[in-house]
Design a protein around this ligand. Structure first.
Ligand code: ACM
Ligand code: ZN
Length: 504
């Protein structure tokens, strides 16, 4: 409550603003515009009756009332809701939600219970004693803890076990996302920005599984195990004692046990991830998999690997451009598919890049390295190679460390209409030898359509015909800012996805 309530209106249509009778939703439905009328006293009478029954059934201290994804359009048009806003001296519909939640909390407290709600209950002002479940990232949890409220951390990025855990091509259809076992294990549930005192408000973390795309208990097991084990270890283990290698080793024993008792667990991702180490001794490429002690076979000549191909033993020294292909085989059979990575040792590899803005987003680990690591992104935007930001525009300055002769600069961007990711309008390139006075080289546009529903990788190239020497390169990236007209996200912030900036 107050949203996600169509099942109530199937039986009690009079409790919504319009009074329209709805049916119980059976599939993933979006957006869920059904919402309790906050202007009618009957609404609260009904909810209090339901809570009375819930309280009788469940002896627990906490009751989770929801509070998420309450679309308030109905409230904007409802005379009773508007009347409530003016009578209670509320500023807007957000404050009406806050009024609603506070009223429910007061009722629960009068019954000796504590209320939990999703982070949306922060909007319009938090109820006095509410515990907040932070799901839309960490920010709601941070704000609530800073306000002295208890918090349960459960961001979609690490804690949603209805998300894909391996390559979607080989997995049962899921709602979306991409959260591997290793990613769950890497989770740090206590945000750094919290003081020691504030951090005490973090009660723990929670894994979530929603079943719009999950029809059987077997499938639910597959989605939650072993990611559930990883999250359990995250919350129960001293961060210093956490070790992915050790966890993965112990997990193999659990797998044998699950086999014996008939648990339908997932074996995890067979993808090979490519990680670089760039230092004075050169450029090294590591092949990483979350599979335990499995041979990775690979080639560097563009051919398809098989069980006769080289076995990966230690990081590979790279001194020329190459296409590396790698895969795991079990009993001679290719698992998932061959992972391919193009390596380009251009003049910017290992250089520093600084942006005019700080970002927080699930895509942005390694902001300062992933655009200049010689690794090109794939057509899968969650492959870890792309930098995703929700900004109108962005300025980046690259420091090559010393003055170098440059013939061409080429920055790659991505468009994926369905994921609200759009190519920027233009990139303007500048060069400088002191990092202060920049000379403009030119502004590059593109001729791709913003309404193209195909996935697009596009590079914005500029040639330096004079073969200029430069130490600093500046890019001004002008994004489209908002999803375009007619798009499902029309008027909301769109994503910019940036890949390798090749400096040739
Ligand atoms: C949620 O996933 N809507 C809490
Ligand atoms: Zn209403």
């Amino acid at each position: 409550m107050p949203g996600h309530t169509s099942e109530v209106f199937a039986a009690y249509p009079e409790l919504s603003c319009s009074g329209e009778k709805l049916t119980v939703q059976t599939g993933g439905y979006w957006p869920n515009k059904d919402i309790f009328c906050a202007g009618k006293e009957e609404t609260f009478e009904f909810i209090e009756n339901v809570l009375d029954e819930v309280i009788e059934l469940f002896p627990s201290q906490y009751i989770h009332i929801g509070g998420d994804e309450a679309f308030k359009e109905a409230w904007e048009e409802c005379p009773l809701c508007q009347n409530r806003i003016s009578e209670e001296g509320l500023k807007d519909e957000h404050e009406l939600q806050s009024y609603f939640i506070k009223r429910i909390e007061k009722y629960l407290i009068s019954k000796g219970k504590k209320m939990i709600g999703w982070d949306e209950i922060l909007e319009g002002g938090l109820a006095p004693e509410a515990t907040v479940m932070s799901w839309r990232g960490m920010q709601g949890g941070i704000e609530a803890a800073q306000q002295g409220h208890d918090v349960i951390i459960t961001p979609t990025s690490h804690c949603y076990f209805d998300y894909y855990q391996a390559d979607p091509e080989f997995e049962p259809e899921a709602i979306g996302g991409f959260t591997t076992l290793k990613k769950v294990y890497s989770f740090e549930p206590i945000p750094d920005v919290l003081s020691e005192e504030e951090a005490k408000h973090v009660l723990g973390a929670q894994g979530n599984i929603w079943t719009e795309w999950i029809a059987t208990p077997d499938h639910a097991e597959y989605m939650s195990i072993p990611r559930m084990l990883a999250l359990a270890e995250v919350v129960w283990t001293d961060p210093e004692k956490k070790s992915w290698r050790q966890f993965n080793k112990r997990l193999q024993q659990h797998f044998r046990y699950f086999d014996l008792i008939g648990v339908n667990y997932a074996k995890g991702s067979y993808a090979i991830n490519f990680e670089t180490e760039i230092d004075t001794s050169g450029y090294k490429l590591s092949l990483i998999t979350e599979q335990y002690k499995k041979n990775i076979h690979y080639t560097i000549d563009g051919s398809e690997p098989d069980t006769n191909s080289m076995v990966y033993k230690h990081p590979i020294s790279v001194d020329a451009d190459m296409i590396i292909k790698a895969a795991i085989f079990e009993d001679g059979k290719l698992m998932e598919k061959v992972s391919t990575q193009e390596v380009k040792l251009h003049k910017g590899v290992g250089a520093r890049i600084n942006f005019d803005k700080e970002f927080t987003s699930p895509y942005n680990d390694g902001v300062n390295t992933k655009l200049l690591d010689g690794l090109k992104g794939s057509f899968y935007h969650r492959d870890g190679k792309w930098l995703g930001v929700k900004e109108n525009s962005l300025e980046a300055i690259i420091d090559l460390g010393s003055s170098k002769k440059i013939d061409e600069i080429s920055a790659s961007f991505y468009q994926r209409y369905a994921s609200w990711i759009f190519l920027p309008e233009t990139i303007t390139y500048y060069i400088s030898n002191d990092g202060i006075d920049f000379i403009k080289l030119g502004r590059i546009g593109h001729n791709r359509s913003i309404n193209d529903k195909e996935e697009i990788k596009h590079h914005f190239d500029i040639e330096l015909l004079g073969g200029e020497k430069t130490r600093y390169i500046k890019l001004f990236i002008q994004g489209i800012g908002m999803c375009p007209e007619g798009h499902p996200g029309e008027g909301e912030k769109s994503w910019l996805f940036i890949d390798e900036i090749e400096i040739k």
